[in-house]
Write a protein that binds this ligand. Sequence first.
Ligand code: AMP
Length: 280
Amino acid sequence: MQIIKTIDELRQIVKGWRKEGHSLGLVPTMGYLHDGHKSLIVKAVSENDKVVVSDFVNPTQFGANEDLSSYPRDIVRDAAICEEAGADVVFHPEPEEMYYPDSSTFVDMDRLTKDLCGKTRPTHFRGVCTVVSKLFHIVTPDRAYFGQKDAQQLAVIRRMVRDLDFGIEIVGCPIVREADGLAMSSRNTYLSAEERKAALILHKSLELGERMIQEGETDAAKVKDAIVTKMGTEPLAKIDYVELVDVETLEPVDTIKGQILAATAVYIGKTRLIDNFVSN
Ligand code: AMP
């Protein structure tokens, strides 16, 4: 496995692979990899001849007061995980390699990016769409792998690929959780022991909502109220949002029928965590 730091070098490698007729999978990440990321890489390896994992803390998707400088990084450990999972290349560029000092072109999206995480993070999805577009152009994968953990991101990427004719198959992968139910996240490392326990409230509250739906509840407001009330039993939790929306359009639903996404973002102390479920 190779660690590649420049766009030119990566393009050369991809060109060689293409000449040999290989199919190509891409797994975009911000590094500090855990078993959630690993599950994406393993799936990509099982479905493609060659796999590139990008490991890049993308500055343009962080707001001014967010955790860009403190975001955890460990490329040595990440490379070991990628190698074990069977990746062929880790693409680990410096920000200066990815963005010109006078970069002036961005990929942005209406509608899907305005609510849920977009309310508190108004420039986040512009950064995500821009960097993912760049990675798509650099790597030209057949398939790209994204976690259901970031459900809004997955819907946004699917829409972007559709609207801009990228011709890349977007593969959504299930949420990987710790044994006690907390969704794995690089940001979990910010949590103190007390906050780590408190963070379980996200999954517990969502589980309650999911059970209600499984038992036949179709009133979205009732499910949302139950999730919010349960979340309120944890003193360290401060809700950013709880929403029940259409899984594709991300428009709020009143009545639960078919696939809906129940998504939440919650501050546990200073750490903002997200989680969700999709009901069928
Ligand atoms: P990140 O490094 O946080 O940008 O995540 C990179 C990719 O891994 C995204 O597609 C995430 O949705 C996915 N991912 C992160 N955490 C998990 C998880 N717990 N389970 C599944 N996928 C995840």
